[in-house]
Design a protein around this ligand. Structure first.
Ligand SMILES: NC(=O)C1=CN([C@@H]2O[C@H](COP(=O)(O)OP(=O)(O)OC[C@H]3O[C@@H](n4cnc5c(N)ncnc54)[C@H](OP(=O)(O)O)[C@@H]3O)[C@@H](O)[C@H]2O)C=CC1
Ligand SMILES: N[C@@H](CC=O)C(=O)O
Length: 421
């Protein structure tokens, strides 16, 4: 008996789109026997149909006109073109036409997901987006299907492969930030505009989506604390390592007294911390449930095949499952947006400046007089007379930071420390 054919359209045929085609081709027989359906790609929207591609496709399938996809009787569309405009309009039109949509586009979901989820429910179509968070790790399916009894108390993780790759290589191979970013782009990890990765936007979009699933609501993106790694130097990484820490871009969502809080920022982890062991473009998500306790999921967070795996698993899932309404997405403004340094916290404070104006003794004296508790100190001088110091402190405030900048001519950067596993 021949398997039913499912007509799939692709929006985008770059890194992920190419991976989707390769995966469907390599797994076609298995999928047909498991699903009783054969997946046929019938159209692929691209910007430039003449461009040479990593995967060969029949040129007749390529189009630069979205109307060709919309009018081609597709059952499902896989959106892997990225961005919000014109993507939102395309996805909207497809849902209104009754197409199921699978997307890897976290930016689209974090910015317009509330509307798209409602629209998909209204038209009774699937909107599947496993690939939008943590690449190949099936974390959204776990949250949706296997953690419905637990209250999830907090979620934290490494959600961006590019920045984790950069931090790993900067530390292990002493490569420059620019050099490693270029490698990440060549390997297909980075976003089309890599500022999204290195400035923490990409991880913020993923955290927003996780919060929708974990808490049934998220904060507006403007209320999320977001700091990136673009200004991290070899000096930061070296001092951290000498003090026994490793810097990771950590995304966290937790329930505070006045509602949920979301943050993405470079954070110091003791080298023995499980998240400090996540290297290269791997991601990790740590969850803590009131019944199950702590869970840690890890896997490849970016790149052609890990992401395609999540996309094609979504396709396989929705080909076998009847439509069920998706829980509505909500946004709730934070009572008080976080972001200011809580002086009660233990932080690693990195200072850099000329030793003409700032000697370790003078800086320590100032901090002690100001009531800052210094627990550890590492100092380095280079031949050019530059002082670099790492201090583990509690009780430092933004006012102290300003005084260190203004009175001692130091550049100051304080990093939160994540002590507990
Ligand atoms: N790369 C990764 O590791 C991951 C990516 N994602 C997400 O997947 C999506 C795709 O990423 P990726 O494959 O890396 O991106 P690429 O830049 O490699 O591919 C984008 C594709 O979309 C096409 N495209 C872009 N804009 C338009 C437009 N306006 N009209 C028509 N076609 C367009 C491009 O056409 P052309 O080829 O002609 O230029 C290209 O084929 C993004 O949302 C990204 O955030 C999610 C998880 C991991
Ligand atoms: N640019 C992203 C790709 C996957 O989402 C990343 O580096 O994690």
């Amino acid at each position: 008996m021949s398997a039913e054919v499912v007509r799939v359209g692709l929006l985008g045929l770059g890194t992920v789109g190419g991976g989707v085609i390769k995966t469907i081709r390599s797994q076609q027989e298995k999928l047909a026997s498991r699903l009783g359906k054969r997946i046929e790609i019938v159209k692929a929207l691209v910007r430039d149909s003449e461009k040479e591609r990593a995967v060969h496709v029949d040129p007749a399938l390529l189009t630069t006109d979205f109307e060709d996809v919309l009018s081609s009787d597709v059952d499902i569309v896989v959106e892997v073109m990225g961005g919000v405009e014109p993507t939102y309009d395309y996805v909207r039109a497809l849902i209104e036409k009754g197409c199921h949509v699978v997307t890897a586009n976290k930016e689209l979901l974090a910015k317009r997901g509330t509307e798209l989820v409602d629209l998909a429910n209204q038209h009774q179509v699937h909107l599947a987006y496993e690939a939008s968070v943590a690449g190949g790790i099936p974390i959204l399916s776990v949250l949706r299907q296997f953690l419905r009894t637990n209250d999830i108390q907090g979620v934290r993780g490494i959600l961006n492969g590019t920045t984790n790759f950069i931090l790993t290589k900067m530390e292990a191979e002493q490569l420059s930030y620019q050099e490693v970013l270029k490698q990440a782009q060549e390997l297909g990890y980075a976003e089309a505009d890599p500022r999204s990765d290195v400035e923490g936007f990409d991880a913020m979009y993923k955290l927003y989506i996780l919060a929708q699933l974990v808490y049934g609501e998220s904060l507006p993106l403007a209320d999320v604390v977001r700091k990136g790694i673009a200004d991290l130097s070899a000096g930061h990484i070296r001092i951290a390592s000498e003090l026994g820490y490793r810097i990771k871009l950590i995304a966290q969502a937790y329930q505070a007294e006045k509602g949920i809080r979301l943050s993405v920022e470079p954070t110091m982890l003791p080298v023995s911390h499980p998240l400090a062991q996540i290297h290269d473009a791997f991601n990790a998500v740590q969850l803590s449930g009131n019944i199950v306790g702590d869970l840690l999921f890890t896997g490849r967070g970016a790149g052609e095949l890990p992401t395609a795996s999540a996309v094609v698993e979504d396709l396989a899932y929705l080909l076998t499952q009847p439509f069920t309404p998706h829980p509505t997405w909500k946004e709730k403004t934070a009572d008080k947006a976080g972001g200011t340094l809580d002086s009660a916290e233990r932080v690693l404070c990195y200072l850099e400046g000329s030793c003409q104006t700032a000697t370790p003794d003078r800086v320590l004296h100032f901090l002690q007089q100001a009531g800052v508790n210094v627990q550890k100190l590492k100092v380095q001088f280079d031949l050019g007379g530059v002082l670099r110091a790492g201090l583990i402190v509690t009780g430092i405030s933004e006012e102290h930071e300003s005084l260190l900048k203004n009175d001692f001519g130091l550049s100051v950067r304080c990093f939160p420390i994540l002590e507990s596993a």
